[in-house]
Design a protein. Structure first.
Length: 461
């Protein structure tokens, strides 16, 4: 009997027990953003630690940080084999608006083979799969084919403020050959995906000030600069009519897509017409020469996220606004540096600042982009494991969003990161009625188990 057949038999036999245990985990309201749930955060961390101990994982600890604790554990008895560091998070988003939930968010319920609860998909359900995969391997083989370490945090939903320092302070303890994260999704229902890159993020707030106060447009209009017009001129200078960013030097460090990657994206046969219908637009818009997937996964952006200033109440007020502002963010790709991009933005704004106003610039938090090479053995091995279980080709994708801790892991630990997720974009994570499709829970357990054997048989260094 193959290892996949053994795993399949074990997971089938123990499915109901596993779901009951997952429900215990999901019932803990571990909302990191709300101080009144501090005790619940500790309860969730302790639940994870106790469960790791029950699986023969060693040196399990609940480590204090400046915020919520980090749970650690390890099993290092596969001599000569690689070490996988598994990461996930046990904190969840707030549940508001509560009235939109069909069933209470911390009382798990199964409907149409979907498990409804806050955290079911993001990320408790996927973290739990790591644990049950380890349980199954010990039960069927008495040992693991590779060495494993676990690091589970309680602050991902609030930006992981404590984890970079924890990682820096524990570099030796966290040393491994690769990191596996199950906090992403499939490309589509029934279509698995390995995400091998994420965009970084940076941005600024632009505050424009003209006169010492709002002025009467009849008395001063045409003779004193209007702060909103000045702001509009700055914003218009950022991009041309095709969306190409006009900030000098912005594209200088962008790593180009390989032809192999571009062909892989074309092979996905992305339906742009369906996207138009989904978002309610007649035409898509973006940088010329690139497909929608290339634009949103592998090209940098500059977007205005909000504009404020002047009078916006009912009726009209004939004033020259003295103040106006805007928030802009940039999604960054390898090898762009957030600090360098902010410096370029500041230089561009200073160059295009109209006469008659002062401009102040405030910086936002920054996150670096991340990329594990498309052809890295750990990435390709993940694709093979998905294909064995789902029986369709694996998609190799980049994520258009940002997970700052991934870039921090890459920078501090210097390890390849494999994003092996099993969620679907339709599962309402961060929204009411979050749920997890249980067919992906079932198949994902088998994928993760097989991946342990794949990693045991590849050369990573």
């Amino acid at each position: 009997m193959s290892h996949l057949e053994k795993l399949d038999a074990y997971f089938t036999k123990n499915r109901e027990r596993h779901l009951a245990e997952l429900n215990e985990f999901l019932r803990i309201p571990s909302i990191s953003a709300l101080s009144e749930h501090k005790a619940d955060m500790l309860s969730a961390a302790n639940w994870l630690a106790d469960h790791l101990k029950s699986l023969n994982i060693e040196n399990v600890s609940v480590d204090e940080t400046a915020g919520h604790p980090v749970v650690y554990g390890e099993w290092l008895h596969a001599e000569g084999k690689p070490t996988i560091l598994f990461y996930g998070h046990y904190d969840v988003q707030p549940v508001d608006p509560l009235n939109l939930w069909e069933t209470p968010p911390f009382e798990p319920a199964i409907r149409d083979n979907k498990l409804f609860a806050r955290g079911s998909s993001d990320d408790k359900g996927q973290v739990f799969m790591h644990l049950k995969m380890i349980e199954a391997l010990f039960a069927t083989e008495d040992a693991l084919p590779v060495n494993v370490k676990f690091i589970y945090e309680g602050e991902e939903e609030i930006g992981s403020p404590s984890l970079p320092k924890y990682t820096e302070d524990n570099k030796e303890k966290l040393a491994a050959d690769l990191i596996v994260i199950s906090d992403t999704g499939l490309y589509a229902k029934g279509k698995p995906a390995v995400c091998y890159g994420l965009r970084g993020l940076t941005g600024v707030q632009i505050d424009v000030r003209g006169a010492k106060g709002d002025l009467h447009s009849g008395l001063y209009g045409g003779g004193v600069q209007n702060a909103i017009h000045a702001l509009a001129e700055i914003l218009a200078s950022f991009r041309d009519e095709h969306g190409t960013i006009q900030v000098e030097g912005f594209y200088d460090s962008v790593r180009p897509l390989s032809e192999k990657e571009r062909q892989a994206y074309r092979d996905l046969n992305f339906d742009e017409e369906a996207l138009k219908e989904e978002v309610g637009v007649k035409e898509l818009f973006g940088e010329a020469g690139y497909s929608y997937l290339e634009q949103t996964w592998a090209r940098p952006t500059l977007e205005v996220n909000g504009v404020f200033g002047g009078f916006s109440g009912e009726g009209i007020k004939t004033v020259l606004p003295a103040e106006a502002g805007a928030k802009i963010t940039c999604r960054l790709v390898p090898d762009q540096d957030p600090e360098e991009i902010v410096a370029l933005l500041k230089a561009h704004i200073e160059k295009h600042k109209p006469a008659g106003v002062e401009v102040m610039i405030s910086e936002f938090d920054k996150g670096k982009p991340y990329l594990t090479p498309f052809d890295h053995p750990a990435i390709q091995a993940a694709g093979r494991s998905y294909e064995k279980v789902y029986e369709v080709p694996t998609a190799y994708t980049r994520g258009g969003g940002s997970i700052p801790i991934v870039a921090a892991f890459d920078e501090i630990l210097g390890l390849p990161v494999v994003l092996m997720g099993f969620g679907l974009s339709s599962e309402n994570f961060h929204a009411p009625n979050e749920h997890f499709h249980l067919e992906n829970f079932d198949q994902g357990l088998r994928v993760l188990g097989d991946y342990m054997y794949e990693v045991a048989n590849i050369k990573l260094k």
